[in-house]
Ligand binder design. Sequence first.
Ligand SMILES: Nc1ncnc2c1ncn2[C@@H]1O[C@H](COP(=O)(O)OP(=O)(O)OP(=O)(O)O)[C@@H](O)[C@H]1O
Ligand SMILES: [Mg+2]
Length: 172
Amino acid sequence: MKVALTGTPGTGKSSISEILSKKYKVIHLGDFTEARVEYDDTRNSYIVDINILRNKVDSIKDDGIIIIEGHYAHDMTVDKVIVLRCHPNVLKNRLEKRGYKASKIRENMEAEAMGIIVDEALSMYPQNKVYEVDTTNIKAEEGAKIVEYIIEGKGGKYLERISYMEEILKWY
Ligand SMILES: Nc1ncnc2c1ncn2[C@@H]1O[C@H](COP(=O)(O)OP(=O)(O)OP(=O)(O)O)[C@@H](O)[C@H]1O
Ligand SMILES: [Mg+2]
């Protein structure tokens, strides 16, 4: 079974997947450097070819539980999608600690407030395959436990939709 672990930058994909790597096989999409086609100077990030990533993921033998980690993970062919979420104000703190520039922080806060990744996931997968985990007020270890629950089929309550949409109104 392949499980996508996705989310806006800073929601905790790397932190949680590192904990889970003790128990499960983890594939980091960022490691497929051959999928990078261009560097976007204005956004300080690579533009990647999703089809190259898809082919890579499809070629991974599906034995046991495999976690596919990265903010394109929901674009891959998987059995379950887990979207990590974080309140935009807390996400701001996390990204500030990384030294991201203001525009990049803002862009990610907006993307998270609008729920872009969940929307994308729901456009590709049925509701009952798209889980959401709010990492705002918990530690990565707790987040990892919840992801484990979901992987084991005990995470039904995490099919509930999360929205930080009302936050946007407070910004203007
Ligand atoms: N519940 C939580 N789960 C995960 N990370 C958390 C949590 N609470 C706080 N954090 C912190 O938030 C940060 C998340 O960063 P991390 O690199 O894991 O995010 P990411 O989703 O992998 O981002 P990127 O897409 O840029 O790779 C870390 O500093 C981590 O310690
Ligand atoms: Mg990461």
